[in-house]
Unconditional design. Structure first.
Length: 80
């Protein structure tokens, strides 16, 4: 679709920051690198594109949330 946006909250850096935000997004490893004992190639499906806020919320506490868990949390908050 040609746009970079957060897979959780749909934040688009380009829409908010214009040219400065164009092409910017954070990349999250869905399979934590420290959990791998052997060397492994990262595939696109192993990654999620997140805004800075959502990325921090995933990593805020040990046991990290999955992207799906954070999406569900955001849905619950929006409906209350």
């Amino acid at each position: 679709h040609g746009k970079l946006f957060c897979e959780v909250c749909f934040f688009d850096f380009s829409a908010v920051y214009g040219q400065r935000g164009k092409g910017f997004i954070e990349c999250h490893h869905n399979i934590p690198l420290h959990e791998e004992e052997n060397e492994r190639k990262t595939k696109l499906e192993d990654l999620s594109l997140l805004c800075s806020n959502c990325h921090r919320m995933i990593h805020r506490k040990k046991k990290w949330l999955t992207v799906e868990e954070l999406k569900n949390l955001c849905k619950k908050i929006k409906t209350t």
